[in-house]
Design a protein around this ligand. Structure first.
Ligand code: HPA
Length: 279
């Protein structure tokens, strides 16, 4: 490594702390769970599990619906590292805590990075409770998590972003959708700062820009994972139709409740997806 930034020091500290707690591990896939997705951490045989508090440098989110637990699971004799809870830009602590799980995944030599979130549906064909596989994104957040010193030999100064979301993993997800009888949409995710939900005028503008769904996360982690050369995959749970598309007001409680209702079916799909990846 050369030209280390503060984040890398945090990542190295957290990495050492995990090895001290768990011993050597060799995960091939990392999964970062968004709002309402934490149940994914209980899907497979858990090998190890630790609260973020126990890991030096890792902090828990302040947002409801994110557990703050790191779990190592076994899927077909392959290890997956599950971050149950993510940090957000609107929490006001900068890019460091958001980037840390991806930097950790990189230090563990992880090849597949899977990101999940809850999002508002902008595409009029989508329905609440459906999933959308990301095929691209619009980064409309304040800045760019890649700004700053290039901290690792694997990270180019100017990463190519022609195909951030790996096509092979998208094909596998579609197959898992068919196998578990779940209708999957594909589309473009627009990432905004939050924490306020959008206005109806903003949603109309985002639709004209080409967005199918809107949320407040995922894109920073996808950009870092892509920069490190990981196979990145991301899935949005459509927890509500975006502002102005229905007469309903938006609330985080409704986002959480919608996830709770739909999760059992989604979990079946996810199990199938992870098993296909690790066949
Ligand atoms: N907008 C932004 N973020 C979200 C939404 C939304 O409508 N739903 C869930 N996360």
């Amino acid at each position: 490594m050369s030209n280390k930034g503060q984040n890398d020091v945090n990542a190295l500290t957290a990495h050492k702390s995990i090895i001290d707690l768990w011993g050597e591990i060799s995960p091939t896939t990392a999964l970062i769970c968004g709002s309402g997705w934490s149940d994914l951490g209980n899907l497979f045989t858990s090998l190890k599990s630790t609260n973020y508090r126990e890991i030096n440098g890792m902090t828990s989110t302040t947002v409801e619906g994110h557990n703050g637990v790191l779990t190592l699971c076994d899927v077909n004799q392959k290890q997956i590292l599950i971050f149950q809870g993510r940090r957000h830009w609107y929490e006001g602590e900068g890019w460091g805590p958001i980037k840390l799980p991806v930097e950790l995944a990189h230090l563990f030599g992880i090849k597949n990075l899977i990101l999940t979130n809850a999002a508002g549906g902008i595409n009029k064909d989508f329905k609440v409770g459906e999933l959308m596989i990301l095929n691209d994104h619009l980064n409309l957040m304040d800045g760019n998590p890649l700004i700053g010193p290039v901290s690792d030999d694997k990270m180019p100064r100017f990463p190519d972003q022609s195909c951030v979301y790996n096509t092979e993993l998208r094909t596998i997800a579609m197959k898992a959708g068919e196998m578990s009888d779940l209708n999957l949409n594909e589309g473009v995710y627009a990432a905004l700062n939050g924490p306020a939900f959008e206005t109806p005028a903003e949603i109309n503008a985002l639709r004209i820009l080409g967005a199918d769904a809107v949320g407040m996360s995922t894109v920073p982690e996808a950009m870092i994972g892509n920069g490190f050369g990981m196979k990145v995959h991301a899935i949005s749970f459509i927890s509500n139709m975006a502002a102005g598309m229905t007469p309903n007001k938006l609330s985080h409680k409704d986002v959480e409740n919608a996830s709770k209702l739909a999760m059992p079916k989604i979990i079946k799909f996810f199990q199938c997806f992870l098993e296909l990846i690790h066949k």
